[in-house]
Design a protein around this ligand. Structure first.
Ligand code: 3HC
Length: 710
C-alpha cells in the first residue's frame, strides 16, 4: 500500500472529515502500514489550525473497521514481536485518545476488534441502526485478547461485568444493543449518520461535553466500581471461563487478567500487561489453529465447490416438505435468516400446524433475544405458511424435503414435487445417509436434484453439507450453496457417498464408544474423557441427542455400505427396543426430566449387557475413540469425499464440534504425524481387530513423510 493511500480528508466548516478506505480490500483492516498512515494524517490534522475537530468514517459501503490485520499475526514468530505489535497499536490509540482536537466517529457496518478499540479511543461514537452494524471484540475467538487497549477502555466505559460479558464470549452486539450498553453515544438512521456525526464533532469543538450517565444504579456501584465487589465478579467469571473452556483455551483467562490488572493498577499498567499477554497468546498453537479456522471459513464463503460456478438462482420462495423437527427447523431458519416466503407441506393439517408453530419458535427466539424488532417479527411470521397439499409450491425456486428417511418415500416426494413446481425449480433432499443419485433415479429432472444435509437443531448448527449427484446441474449446486449461506450456514460440498462426510467419520467413533461400554468403561467416563479432549459433549450424550433410532438407522446404512469395519457395537442393539431413544423419549443412557439432562440411568447397563468395571485405561479410551475417527477421515479424504482437508476440518468442527483448538481431525492427524498414527493403529488392530487397520492414505503418508496440509 502506498503511504497515505488509506486515509483521505477534506475540510468542512472547521471539521476534518476523514475517510478510511483501504485500497483494493473488501474491508478496512489496521495493518502496520495503516497505523503509519493514521499517525501521519493525525500529525497533519494537529498542525492545521483550520481543523477544529475530526469526524471519522469508513469509505466501505458495508463495514467500518474489521480490526487488526489478522494476516500479520500469522507471520509473527516470537512473543516479543507480538507484544511489540500490540504496544504499537496501543501507542497509536493513546495518540488518538489524547488528540488535542475532538474526534467523533460515525460507525456503519462491522466495527470489530481493533476497529472498536479505535472507536473507544475517540471522544464520541455515533452508530447507524442497521443490521450490518455490529460492534464487538471477537479476539478470543482467534485465541487472542483485545490488545490495543480494549481490555482497559471498554470496562471503564460500560462497567466490568458488561465488558467481560462481551470480551470473554467474543460477542458481537447489534448497534441498538451497543447503544443501550453505552458503547455508542447515539443511534441514528443510516441516512443521517454522516450529518449527525459532523454536528457532534462541531459541538465538541465548541466545548460541548457529552454527559454519560452511569448505568445500573447500586448494583453497578457494588459490582463494577467497588474493588471488593469487583473481586467477586472476577472470581465468578474465572470459574465460569474455566468450566466452559476446560482449560483448553488460554485466551479468555488472559483477557480476564488484563481487565482485572488494569482496573486494579491503573490504565498504564493495564496496557502493559495487556500487550504482554497478547504477545504470549499470539504465538500459541491454539491461536494459530483458530486463526487458520478464521481464514478457512472466510475462504469457504466464496467457494461454491465447483470450478467456474454459474450464478445461483435467487430464491424468494422456498417449499419445505415434511413438517417434523428438521423440516420446521429448516422453514423457521430460512425465514429468519434468508427472509424468504416459506410454504410448509405435510400429509395432515395437524402436523402442518405443529410444524409451523415449531418454525415460529425460531423467530420467537430471535425476538426474545432482541435480534429482531417487533415489526420485523410480525413481518417474518407472515412469511410462514403451510398446508396439506402442494398449493403454493408453483412459485418456489427451491424445495427442500425432510420427510421420513426411506428411499421409497423420498422418491415418491420427488415425483410429487416435480409435478407441483416449475421446470426450473431445484429439489434438495435433507437426507443424512441415502445416496442422492438413488433419490434422483425417480426424478424426471434428475439434474435438478441435490442433497442439502442440515444438522439438528437447524437454527443453531452452523454446518450444511451440499451433495451433488453425478448428474446434478452446476447451477443447482451454486443455488444450494448460496441459499445455505443465506441461511447463515457454512457450506461444504461433499461427494455423494453413504454418510457423506460427517456421518462417515462420526459413525466409527460412536461405534467405538459402544465397544468401550462393552469393555466395561462407564458411560460418564467415556463422555467426560471426550469433553476433556475438547468436544462439547461426549459420544454417549451425543447419541442421546441425535436419538438412538436415528443413530441405529445411520449405523445400519453405513454397515451395509462399508462392511465389517462399520459393524455396529452389540451393546447398542437393545436400546431402541427398550424405548431408550434419548432426550426426545425422556430416557436414553441418561435420564431426562422436564427437558433437563440428569445423571446416567444405571438401569441401562442391563440393556447393554455389561456393568462398568473400569475397562481400559483412560489414555487408551481416548486413543481408540480419536484414532478410529482420524483413520476413517483419512480414508474418506483419499476417496475424495471432501474436496480438501480444509473442508473436512471445517465440516468436523462446525458439524459436531471437533475441538477447534486442535484445528480439525486432519490437522490433528498432521500434528500427531502419520508414522505415529500408523504405529498406534497397528497395535490397536492387533488387539481389537481389523476396524483399526491403518488406512492406505495414512500408510502412504507415513512412507513418504507427507501430510494433509503441506
Ligand atoms: N484481518 C485480515 N483480513 C480480514 C480481517 C481482518 N481483521 N477481516 C476480514 N478480513 C478479510 C477476509 O479474510 C476476506 O479476505 P479475502 O477476500 O481475501 O478472502 C475479506 O477480508 C472479506 O471478509 P469476509 O469475507 O469475512 O467479509 P464479510 O463481509 O462476510 O464479513 C467481517 C466481514 C464481519 C468483518 C468478517 O470478515 C470478520 O468477522 N472479520 C474478522 C473480525 C475480527 O476477528 N477482528 C479482530 C481482529 S484481531 C484484533 O483486532 C486484535 C486487536 O485487538 C489488537
Amino acid at each position: 500500500m502506498a503511504p497515505g493511500a488509506a486515509l483521505t480528508w477534506t475540510l468542512a466548516d472547521g471539521v476534518a472529515v476523514v475517510t478510511f478506505d483501504l485500497p483494493g480490500e473488501p474491508v478496512n483492516k489496521i495493518s502496520r502500514a495503516v497505523k503509519e498512515d493514521v499517525l501521519a494524517t493525525f500529525e497533519v490534522l494537529e498542525r492545521d489550525r483550520a481543523v477544529e475537530a475530526v469526524a471519522f468514517f469508513s469509505g466501505k459501503p458495508d463495514s467500518f473497521i474489521a480490526g487488526a490485520d489478522i494476516a500479520e499475526f500469522v507471520e509473527i514468530t516470537s512473543a516479543a514481536e507480538a507484544e511489540r505489535l500490540a504496544a504499537d497499536g496501543q501507542a497509536l490509540l493513546e495518540r488518538v485518545a489524547g488528540f488535542s482536537k475532538p474526534i467523533a466517529v460515525g460507525i456503519h457496518g462491522a466495527c470489530l476488534g481493533g476497529g472498536l478499540e479505535f472507536a473507544l479511543a475517540c471522544r464520541y461514537r455515533v452508530a447507524s441502526d442497521h443490521p450490518k452494524t455490529q460492534l464487538g471484540l471477537p479476539e478470543v475467538q482467534l485465541g487472542l485478547l483485545p490488545g490495543a487497549g480494549g481490555c482497559q477502555r471498554l470496562p471503564r466505559l460500560i462497567g466490568a461485568r458488561a465488558a467481560l460479558d462481551l470480551i470473554l464470549a467474543a460477542k458481537l452486539e447489534p448497534a441498538a444493543r451497543a447503544f443501550r450498553l453505552g458503547i455508542v453515544d447515539e443511534l441514528v438512521h443510516p441516512a443521517i449518520l454522516k450529518d449527525v456525526t459532523l454536528a457532534a464533532a462541531k459541538r465538541l469543538a465548541r466545548g460541548w461535553r457529552p454527559q454519560r450517565r452511569r448505568r445500573g444504579g447500586l448494583v453497578a456501584w457494588l459490582l463494577d466500581r467497588n474493588p471488593l465487589g469487583r473481586r467477586l465478579v472476577f472470581r465468578a467469571a474465572r470459574r465460569q471461563v474455566l468450566a466452559k473452556t476446560g482449560g483448553n483455551y488460554p485466551a479468555p483467562v488472559a483477557a480476564l487478567e488484563a481487565v482485572e490488572h488494569g482496573l486494579r493498577h491503573g490504565i498504564r499498567e493495564g496496557l502493559k500487561r495487556e500487550a504482554q499477554l497478547f504477545g504470549q497468546l499470539a504465538v500459541t498453537d491454539v491461536s494459530r489453529k483458530l486463526v487458520q479456522i478464521f481464514f478457512a471459513t472466510t475462504a469457504l464463503k466464496k467457494d461454491f465447490g465447483i470450478p467456474s460456478p454459474p450464478p445461483p438462482v435467487a430464491v424468494t420462495r422456498l417449499g419445505v416438505v415434511g413438517a417434523g423437527f428438521m423440516g420446521a427447523g429448516i422453514a423457521g431458519t430460512a425465514v429468519a435468516q434468508a427472509d424468504v416466503d416459506v410454504r410448509l407441506k405435510d400429509a395432515g393439517l395437524p402436523q402442518v400446524a405443529k410444524g409451523l408453530a415449531a418454525a415460529r419458535e425460531v423467530l420467537d427466539d430471535r425476538f426474545k433475544r432482541r435480534r429482531i424488532s417487533k415489526y420485523e417479527y410480525t413481518r417474518l411470521v407472515a412469511q410462514l405458511s403451510g398446508g396439506d397439499s402442494y398449493a403454493g409450491f408453483g412459485r418456489a425456486e427451491l424445495v427442500i424435503e425432510a420427510v421420513f428417511e426411506d428411499l421409497a418415500v423420498k422418491q415418491a416426494v420427488v415425483r410429487e414435487v416435480e409435478a407441483a413446481t416449475s421446470e426450473g425449480a431445484a429439489f434438495a433432499s435433507n437426507t443424512s445417509t441415502i445416496p442422492i443419485h438413488r433419490i434422483a433415479e425417480a426424478a424426471r429432472r434428475p439434474e435438478q436434484v441435490i442433497g442439502m444435509h442440515f444438522f439438528s437443531p437447524v437454527a443453531r448448527m452452523p454446518l450444511l453439507e451440499v451433495i451433488p449427484a453425478a448428474r446434478t446441474a452446476p447451477a443447482v449446486i451454486s443455488t444450494a450453496v448460496a441459499f445455505g449461506r443465506r441461511m447463515g450456514k457454512t457450506a461444504i460440498v461433499v461427494k455423494d457417498s453413504p454418510g457423506f462426510w460427517i456421518n462417515r467419520i462420526l459413525t466409527p467413533y460412536m461405534n467405538e464408544a459402544g465397544h468401550l461400554l462393552a469393555a466395561g468403561v462407564a458411560i460418564e467416563e467415556i463422555d467426560q474423557l471426550m469433553v476433556h479432549f475438547g468436544f462439547p459433549v461426549g459420544p454417549i450424550t451425543l447419541l442421546d441427542e441425535v436419538g438412538m433410532d436415528v443413530a441405529e438407522k445411520v449405523a445400519g446404512v453405513m454397515h451395509a455400505a462399508f462392511g465389517d469395519r462399520f459393524a455396529p457395537a452389540a451393546s447398542f442393539a437393545g436400546m431402541v427396543k427398550a424405548g431408550r431413544l434419548g432426550r426426545k423419549a425422556g430416557k436414553g443412557f441418561y435420564r431426562y426430566a422436564g427437558g433437563k439432562k440428569g445423571g446416567v440411568d444405571t438401569a441401562v447397563y442391563e440393556i447393554i449387557g455389561t456393568q462398568p468395571n473400569g475397562g481400559p485405561r483412560p489414555a487408551e479410551v481416548i486413543q481408540r475413540l480419536v484414532l478410529v475417527m482420524l483413520n476413517e477421515a483419512a480414508r474418506a479424504v483419499g476417496e475424495g469425499i471432501v474436496r480438501s482437508p480444509r473442508d473436512g476440518d471445517i465440516g468436523a468442527i462446525f458439524g459436531f464440534g471437533f475441538p477447534p483448538f486442535r484445528g480439525g481431525p486432519l490437522r490433528h492427524a498432521d500434528d500427531l504425524g502419520a508414522a505415529r498414527l500408523v504405529g498406534e493403529l497397528e497395535r490397536l488392530a492387533e488387539r481389537y481387530g481389523a476396524r483399526f487397520a491403518p488406512s492406505d492414505v495414512l500408510q502412504d503418508q507415513a512412507r513418504r513423510g507427507t501430510k494433509f496440509y503441506s
